[in-house]
Design a protein around this ligand. Structure first.
Ligand SMILES: [Zn+2]
Ligand SMILES: [Zn+2]
Length: 341
């Protein structure tokens, strides 16, 4: 217990001891390195051998063991490889998970809501698919740093109860800390000075479908992802746990847009909470928990209409929601106009 507390207080010092406590052979390592290693072996070594690379891109080639003429430790090559992996992986993950959620979980009755746009699903998909390349470019430096050993991710099997405890405790701690980061960044994105240029696009979807999950401005999506990267650079976390959490948080992003309200939790930021955010804008900025919203005075508990299917798809409820959404949007636009002058 003392050890875990030490880790939380002083991650840099404690990480050295964490490394020391692990079995010989365990080293500081990166989450992206294994992905890049296999991608190099099966795709990119062969691919880069076939393309002509301008000489200025080759100038930092130093690797002795590289198979390709474009060395594996060349920063330009690493950046390009990571961009392709993140962009392709992002498209595949987004399209498959949002499609599955839309097909099997999403309440299609919501598409009759007066605030549901014409061709909305098509618009959401076009928006997300075109945002993912820009988002991927912005993310590249973080992953290049990771594969070159600058993050605090570690590997190896925990050797004792304390190390297991630390590993398990990492999950709620990671979610709590990144939720804090996302809460404040998201809240800042709603500031009248920057809302219109960066975040308004994601609020085009007042009644979102799972395809809205990644339908945002590339810079907006990137800014809301920075807490995960900063965490990996500051606090020791097991590499595979980090990779798993990365997948989980992306699933979560899809889930909170699926319009199916199973949980009545007051602690978790559920789909119902995020639906309130899309309807009424200035509430429920959190991603996983309601804690920061309650602390920051922006929490709004979903009402019965969000949970009860008959009320949820009731026309007079929709009319009342539309009226309130329009009033809040008008007030926000007036506020933005005041800031502009
Ligand atoms: Zn928002
Ligand atoms: Zn959303």
């Amino acid at each position: 217990m003392v050890y875990v507390a030490t880790v939380f207080i002083d991650p840099f010092t404690s990480f050295t001891s964490l490394q020391h406590l692990y079995a010989p052979g365990s080293t500081l390592c990166q989450a992206m390195d294994v992905v890049v290693k296999y991608a190099d072996e099966y795709v990119f070594d062969g691919l880069y051998d076939k393309v002509v690379v301008p000489p200025f891109l080759l100038n930092n080639s130093t690797s002795l063991g590289a198979i390709s003429s474009w060395s594996q430790d060349n920063l330009y090559r690493q950046s390009l490889t990571i961009f392709i992996i993140v962009c392709l992986g992002g498209w595949i993950f987004y399209l498959s998970s949002a499609w599955a959620s839309y097909q099997f979980v999403f309440d299609h009755e919501m598409m009759k809501h007066p605030k549901f746009l014409k061709n909305q699903v098509r618009q959401e998909i076009i928006c997300a698919v075109s945002a993912i390349p820009g988002f991927s470019i912005l993310t590249v430096p973080w992953f290049v740093g990771e594969i070159n050993g600058y993050s605090m991710l570690y590997e190896g099997t925990p050797q004792n109860a304390y190390e297991w405890l630390y590993l398990v405790a990492t999950v709620p701690f990671f979610l709590f800390i990144t939720d804090m980061g996302i809460y404040w960044i998201h809240r800042l994105l709603h500031h009248p000075l920057i809302y219109k240029s960066l975040h308004k696009l994601h609020h085009k979807w007042i009644v979102p479908t799972p395809f809205a999950s990644h339908a945002f401005h590339a810079v907006d999506g990137y800014l809301q992802s920075t807490p995960y990267h900063i965490y990996a650079y500051l606090i020791p976390m097991h590499k595979w746990l980090y990779v798993s959490m990365f997948v989980v948080v992306n699933f979560w992003t899809v889930l909170i847009h699926d319009g199916n309200f199973l949980s009545h939790s007051d602690v978790i930021n559920t789909t119902a909470h995020h639906t309130v955010h899309h309807l009424y804008f200035n509430y429920n900025y959190g991603q996983y928990f309601t804690f920061w919203d309650k602390l920051g005075g922006s929490h709004r508990q979903p009402t019965a209409e969000q949970y009860d299917a008959s009320l949820r798809n009731n026309k007079s409820v929709w009319a009342a929601q539309t009226k309130e959404a329009d009033t809040i949007e008008r007030d926000d636009e007036n506020k933005a106009r005041k800031y502009a002058h």
